[in-house]
Write a protein that binds this ligand. Sequence first.
Ligand code: SAH
Ligand code: SF4
Ligand code: F3S
Length: 476
Amino acid sequence: MEHRIANSLKILTEADKEACETVKITENEPLTNKKRLFIESYGCQMNFSDSEIVASVMRDAGYATTSDVNDADLIFLNTCAIRDNAEQKVRNRLVHLNFVKKKKPGALIGILGCMAERLKAQLLEEEQMVDIVTGPDAYRDLPRLVSEAETGQKGVNVFLSREETYADIAPVRLNSNGVTALVSIMRGCDNMCSFCVVPFTRGRERSRDPFSIVQEAQRLFDAGYKEVTLLGQNVDSYKWNSEVNFARLLEMVAKVSPELRVRFSTSHPKDITDEVLYTIKKYDNICKYIHLPAQHGNSRVLDLMNRTYDREWYLERIDSIRRIIGEDCGISHDMIAGFCTETEEEHQDSLSLLEYVRFDFGYMFAYSERPGTLAAKKFADDISPEVKQRRLAEIIDVQQRISLERNQRLIGTVQRVLVEGTSKRSEEELSGRIDQNKRVIFPKEHFKKGDYVNVLITECTAATLRGKAVAEVEAI
Ligand code: SAH
Ligand code: SF4
Ligand code: F3S
């Protein structure tokens, strides 16, 4: 492999790593005297998936989605509360929306999602121009809350449910390219990681009926989709009536068609079983890629974080992934720098964990104290912003180098790419992903969205592979 790298490697310099907190707006739908809804989503894939449920509920109430905020009668921000800067982003956006509302006084603004759940009615006081506040389990109530707001009252519902999974609601595919789709399989989280606001914003964990999940995957496949991502905060604890666990669910979805790729996110190191790993190995269409957030490399800090595993346990799970699925299985992580009381030596343990595992990529964050969490109650946020940022930069540096090295290993190999559309930079190039979730850009030729194409990888950055389609070569 090494000589092929030396011959063909051309390192591209731009770092276009996917940002975790992305924003996506709604597409235009045909309008037939309908009212118009603009939704903007922040945060994780669960939120993007939820916005598709919201659009479906509001469509039934007579709203069509629009991508032009100035044109909207109703503006929803589906918000994230995971770190302080996620909330700041939304507050800044509200300042801009204030101007929009001045130009169109009848327009209503709703704050949905995790920030709505965290701040509840307090949001109405802090952000005077907000008309509606709705938590993640109350989206069926949105038409009523909107009607209430139309009469001048504020509409608030932040009730968290133990049952709601929106299983019967057919999502309006706002976030989709027609090839890949998000499918929620569970909601909430029963883990109490001490840094995390999610158990408070999304409530108790509950799993969705497996038959409704398989039916949704089948419908997507029948409509031409080629990939589904099964979503939950902790997919490995999926459970339906003691009969269907996550391994079984994966198998049921994989059997929809060998041409339908199956992805999933997020796995928790304490729960991912060998049974799940063997199921991934068994089905060619289950992607050989696992997002396994580590959060830290030191056992004392992991204990303070209440992650319920230690460094050895995490590394054993990594070894099992490599042993059962293979060395080439894509693995990514989340890592937090500067958690309460973290020492310099403990920070070094996070760096050494990255070196040991050699992750394909990672999402890395500076610790941000969240009010109400266990860590906020029990520990002082005692690492200065400068030290947090320096440690974070060190983590990112190591990961960038390893990501580049992991990508370089693929130069000279042929990979099967599912085409998702044209590349951002050129209409003449296509963009898609390989099994291990790495993005590949290659010349379009006669290929199109939704095709599986064998691509010879010829160059890479830490974030992206580039190559050229090859005919009749078996992908490896
Ligand atoms: N359910 C997933 C994580 C969801 S939140 C899991 O258990 O792994 C996504 C990521 O945000 C987390 O993995 C963590 O790395 C980061 N995160 C969560 N709370 C944070 C906080 N208070 N400060 C900084 N990063 C945080
Ligand atoms: Fe948060 Fe932990 Fe639940 Fe993930 S598993 S959502 S980090 S509490
Ligand atoms: Fe953010 Fe809520 Fe997801 S806090 S990360 S949108 S579960």
